[in-house]
Design a binder for this molecule. Sequence first.
Ligand code: LLX
Ligand code: CA
Ligand code: ZN
Length: 433
Amino acid sequence: MAKKRVAYFYHHDIGNYYYGPGHPMKPHRLKMTHNLLLTYGLYKKMDVYRQHWASREEMTQFHSQEYVDFLQKVSPDNVRKELNEVTSKFNVGESTDCPVFDGLFDYCSAYTGATLDGARMLNHNLKDICINWAGGLHHAKKNEASGFCYVNDIVLGILELLKHHSRVLYIDIDIHHGDGVEEAFYVTDRVMTCSFHKHGDFFPGTGDIKHIGRGAGKYFSVNVPLDEGMDDESFAYIFKPVIQNIMQRFDPGAIVLQCGADSLTGDRLGCFNLTLKGHAQCVKFVKSFGVPLLVLGGGGYTIKNVARLWTFETSVLVGEEIANQIPYNDYYEQFKQNKYMLHLSPTDQANKNTREMLDRTLNHVLQNLSYLRGAPSVQVQEVPPDYPSNTDGDINDARDVDMSGAQADKSGALSSARQHPGEYYEGPKDQDK
Ligand code: LLX
Ligand code: CA
Ligand code: ZN
């Protein structure tokens, strides 16, 4: 496979945000990943960028003003006294799994900024693949936080890609259902969402195979419910034909791939049995279609294995083989348990996904896909700007990423945005509640 032009986004402060003692989400895993991939020398094979900080206005392209205002105002100091009443409304605070911590808004602004930068680089054909391991917060909703996620960078990234692409495919291999992304695009045929997840008595409880989209979006939401103990062979057995079929029928102009590491063997909160190779074969398969690709992180709670996985997947994306022996790095002792080896072996956990179940699920999904009548197209209109106009005029102040050359796109794509009514689901109408 020819080498790809790869951009990688990282900010040196991202690993210092802290959800609090005992919380399983540890942004420190991003620092470990960054350090490991640097020591493998992978920075030489891609362009490394510090992201811009996403503004309130950029976030409200999906989220409600009221919710983003709240995220901007709330702090560990005022959450109890002044803002106590609204915390339950937005599902943020002590009694939830989405705590208020120091720098919460800046954290959201950092990971969202990186996802938007990646989408814009792909839109302007500056790169083939963009990577943001800090992104992938698929549970966040228009008006509320959920499952450790506050701002849904994925929805915002897809909306950005839709400015230049008629159709965007979203693939989610996190062990959890990508509910926030599915909900946002449930009624449109311009975004196909496809989540593979553990289903049945598992957070967030959505993602039934029968949920396929509504209205113009019917058959454009694909759910692949799975059971515990999923191994590499079973995962490939269902992942490859589903994605192959979607690629043929939907023919997306860009793909967003959420690479949650909680589907790995030995994850603290997960129950699948995938190795690095099994997880990364999905990445390799998606890459093989040669479509502009935005790669994001996601869950992942055994943090040394998150660092292993995303380092290995970075090597796959840049097309470089890396040694199984982990090179000396800042967190070297954390890798001792597996003799300082990169790769993991599966455990002897039983795979509850029988071949019969997988065949039934696969046939059901392929049957639904067969109802798609060719790839939908939309009218060519004027391209919306990369950055929404801002009355303060300060949107680009902190933008570090070099986007020069963006206007040089010869394809004419810059002057031909594609828009469609009902681009994403606005949430229930009052009369539906
Ligand atoms: N699934 C997922 C993906 C990304 C993030 C968080 C989640 N949430 C969970 O894994 C989960 C697990 C158990 C209960 C509830 C939710 C995420 C990624 C980066 C930063 C913040 C959140
Ligand atoms: Ca998933
Ligand atoms: Zn998850």
